[in-house]
Design a protein around this ligand. Sequence first.
Ligand SMILES: Cc1cc2nc3c(=O)[nH]c(=O)nc-3n(C[C@H](O)[C@H](O)[C@H](O)COP(=O)(O)OP(=O)(O)OC[C@H]3O[C@@H](n4cnc5c(N)ncnc54)[C@H](O)[C@@H]3O)c2cc1C
Ligand SMILES: *[C@@H]1O[C@H](CO)[C@@H](O)[C@H](O)[C@H]1NC(C)=O
Ligand SMILES: *[C@@H]1O[C@H](CO)[C@@H](O)[C@H](O)[C@H]1NC(C)=O
Ligand SMILES: *[C@@H]1O[C@H](CO)[C@@H](O)[C@H](O)[C@H]1NC(C)=O
Ligand SMILES: *[C@@H]1O[C@H](CO)[C@@H](O)[C@H](O)[C@H]1NC(C)=O
Ligand SMILES: *[C@@H]1O[C@H](CO)[C@@H](O)[C@H](O)[C@H]1NC(C)=O
Ligand SMILES: *[C@@H]1O[C@H](CO)[C@@H](O)[C@H](O)[C@H]1NC(C)=O
Ligand SMILES: *[C@@H]1O[C@H](CO)[C@@H](O)[C@H](O)[C@H]1NC(C)=O
Ligand SMILES: *[C@@H]1O[C@H](CO)[C@@H](O)[C@H](O)[C@H]1NC(C)=O
Length: 533
Amino acid sequence: MNYPCSTIFPLITLAFLVSLSLPWPATSASSPSSVHNFLHCLANKSAPLLESVYTPTNPSFNLVLQSLIRNRRFLTPQTPKPAAIVAPTIVSHVQATVVCARDNGVQIRIRSGGHDYEGLSYRSNVTFVILDMFNLRSIKVDVGKEVAYVQAGATLGELYYTIANASNVHAFPSGVCTGLGTGGHFSGGGYGTLMRKYGLSVDNILDAQVVDVNGNILNRATMGEDLFWAIRGGGGASFAVIVAWKIKLVRVPEKVTVFSLPFSLEQGATDVAFKWQQVAPKLHEDLFIRLQPMVVNGTIIVNAIGFFLGDSERLVPLLDQSFPELNLKKADCKEIRWIDSILSSANFPPGTPPEALLNRTRGARDFSKNKSDYVKSVISKRGIETIWKLLIELANTTSATVIMQWNPYGGKMGEIPASSTPFPHRSGYLFLVQYIVSWAEGDINVTNCNIERVRYMHDQIAPFVSKDPREAFLNYRDNDIGSTASDKTNFKDAQVYGSKYFMDNFARLTRVKAKVDPHNFFKNEQSIPPQFK
Ligand SMILES: Cc1cc2nc3c(=O)[nH]c(=O)nc-3n(C[C@H](O)[C@H](O)[C@H](O)COP(=O)(O)OP(=O)(O)OC[C@H]3O[C@@H](n4cnc5c(N)ncnc54)[C@H](O)[C@@H]3O)c2cc1C
Ligand SMILES: *[C@@H]1O[C@H](CO)[C@@H](O)[C@H](O)[C@H]1NC(C)=O
Ligand SMILES: *[C@@H]1O[C@H](CO)[C@@H](O)[C@H](O)[C@H]1NC(C)=O
Ligand SMILES: *[C@@H]1O[C@H](CO)[C@@H](O)[C@H](O)[C@H]1NC(C)=O
Ligand SMILES: *[C@@H]1O[C@H](CO)[C@@H](O)[C@H](O)[C@H]1NC(C)=O
Ligand SMILES: *[C@@H]1O[C@H](CO)[C@@H](O)[C@H](O)[C@H]1NC(C)=O
Ligand SMILES: *[C@@H]1O[C@H](CO)[C@@H](O)[C@H](O)[C@H]1NC(C)=O
Ligand SMILES: *[C@@H]1O[C@H](CO)[C@@H](O)[C@H](O)[C@H]1NC(C)=O
Ligand SMILES: *[C@@H]1O[C@H](CO)[C@@H](O)[C@H](O)[C@H]1NC(C)=O
């Protein structure tokens, strides 16, 4: 069955034209003259800061803006642009930016790696300024104490490289994509292949340096445990500017083992997926097997992508016993350094040296729309077949690349209480699902139609995933769920996305917000509103 995109299409087009023909919603808070006053205030606070301010007339403005935009959907002429970009080189610049913006009623958006799925770190329909953290990216590793200090603008690749350059038996549990910024990635949770052994990034953060709404520099002791709790999974952007983190390094063996096994439907992909749900979340915590179903030539290929903290001698018998359907052989296994597993997971070509992780030149590739889901009970084989059909249908009607990722929980994830950080999806979860749909055609009509079809697929999958609420992962931000208007924070809308991202932790987040930022200076289209109670 084809989803009738053409029948809903005129509505979207109409809404789009109407919004284009009107000026962007005006706000009493921000106007060009308040931006002017903001820039004046900055100049008066600290003269050298002006060298790090880019206004639209600056020849580097577009380059700086675009260098951290990953999604071509947000690289169009219609994408609203900031009134200025401030890129601090020292912490006092961050303080000045916050105080001058607050005093002049200018909204800021904070950007570290720029990977936000909805571009909320660099796009808004209100007048705004980007506080861009890319110059603040120093990293210090102390192997003796097994800790590291990393500034918000550093990428995961830079962090991983620096750890591996200092020790071949240490690592840090965070994301697979090496371009992510630690400012946004850690404060939104942060998971990767070490999750079942060591939990999320937020479970391994010891301290943080932030700038609050009054321009004060705070650390864990001076910010207090409530704010320190909130920024570890509640999203930094609602509470303060994260300047740096102190993190606890974790131990890894000198060699880890990786494998990747593809299964077609004829080779039993459905049986593998059915069994995987029952096994992967219960396997030894040294083992992380991500399942990646994707549509290839109108059919499904399921990849089982493994990462093991040990050698193949130990791994092969372990899987023979618990997951014989995989039929893993020693020859399928590669024993490599942890840092090389990072390159391999991030799809660098085999043999790429770790120095490639220091290359910040990336650029936007595709147009895409992603979504997430959580699964708490095993999906039947029939259910899996229904999902395959929906994926194939989506690929067929959009000509998009359609990939699903199933990320197993259990292990350490199941041992951490749901309230210990704002990230609530802990014990009792089988896996996190991500839908990745990307296409190369930039036409706005194609984009709108493809997004409608992704939503349709997501609606159809509802019976198989978490309900009441249907949960979602903050780092996989999705404006389809209870998005608020840009210039205000509507509590009812916020409760919709708040309960999906944070479950019972949402209430505490709103109380912390009321305490640390009662006038709601730190906000965006999906931020935490203050609740005074
Ligand atoms: C290709 C790709 C791969 C990914 N892989 C993974 C993965 O393996 N695991 C995972 O968990 N997630 C993954 N993600 C999601 C990623 O964790 C989130 O998009 C994350 O928010 C990115 O952080 P950032 O700093 O790069 O993004 P930004 O766009 O800079 O920021 C994201 C959010 O955090 C806020 N923010 C940024 N910096 C600060 C700061 N210094 N202080 C306060 N607030 C701040 C922003 O305002 C915005 O709201 C992936 C995303 C992409 C695009
Ligand atoms: C600049 O700062 C000085 C001293 O802090 C103050 O007296 C003056 O009014 C400021 N000027 C502007 C334009 O803000
Ligand atoms: C969706 O995820 C893929 C893979 O992680 C990524 O390349 C793409 O940029 C993401 N889409 C958006 C909208 O960020
Ligand atoms: C701005 O408005 C347009 C048109 O209504 C909408 O598509 C877009 O998502 C909005 N942007 C943000 C960041 O809210
Ligand atoms: C790697 O370590 C060596 C020696 O410990 C040091 O000289 C070098 O600067 C480090 N490289 C980077 C990029 O940090
Ligand atoms: C998909 O089909 C094309 C053309 O028929 C073929 O060249 C290609 O190898 C196929 N891809 C896969 C992964 O089977
Ligand atoms: C793809 O769509 C076309 C028509 O829209 C249909 O004829 C074809 O059978 C579909 N293919 C699959 C694999 O669903
Ligand atoms: C950095 O990456 C870009 C994009 O992949 C590539 O074009 C460039 O050659 C790389 N630079 C270095 C020094 O490797
Ligand atoms: C998008 O569709 C509308 C309505 O069908 C049409 O008027 C418009 O020209 C299309 N836009 C593009 C860029 O094709």
